[in-house]
Design a protein around this ligand. Structure first.
Ligand code: ZN
Length: 140
């Protein structure tokens, strides 16, 4: 059901302040910066080997990331699980008794389709299902 760990999401106050640790000190590769309006976040992806970290900065006060930082401070926010046929996977998880925050997939960074599970039925971990956008002739 799960293909891979697609990325780990980390909530930060400021990308400008947080990025040098990853790019300069750890010398991870900066894959790109993107604003995802629908979630009120600016996102930077950094990678090491085949693992990506998604640094998330809130750009609006009602962004889920702003609320998360207000309540719990900066830190690990979610783990994204790579899937195919995300709608079917959502259905399967619901049949297995898990609660979804998103009943329907929505568009996240890089045009991926994403849906969050409710941490209440996953031992407190916020998991994101993530189906990368399929680009013709390109493997992601
Ligand atoms: Zn994510």
């Amino acid at each position: 059901m799960i293909k891979d760990i697609n990325h780990i999401g980390i909530a930060v106050n400021s990308l400008e302040e947080a990025l040098p640790l990853y790019t300069d000190v750890y010398q991870m590769k900066l894959e790109g910066l993107e604003t995802v309006e629908s979630q009120g976040v600016r996102v930077a992806f950094v990678s090491a080997g085949n693992v990506k970290l998604e640094l998330l900065e809130a750009v609006t006060k009602d962004s889920p990331i702003a609320k998360f930082i207000e309540k719990r401070g900066q830190g690990v926010h979610h783990i994204a699980l790579g899937v195919q046929d995300i709608k079917d996977r959502i259905q399967e998880l619901k049949e297995k008794g898990l609660r979804m925050i998103d009943q329907e997939p929505r568009v996240g960074a890089h045009g991926a389709e994403i849906a969050f599970l409710h941490p209440k039925t996953t031992s407190g971990i916020l998991f994101e299902l993530c189906e990368p956008k399929h680009v013709e002739g390109e493997s992601l």
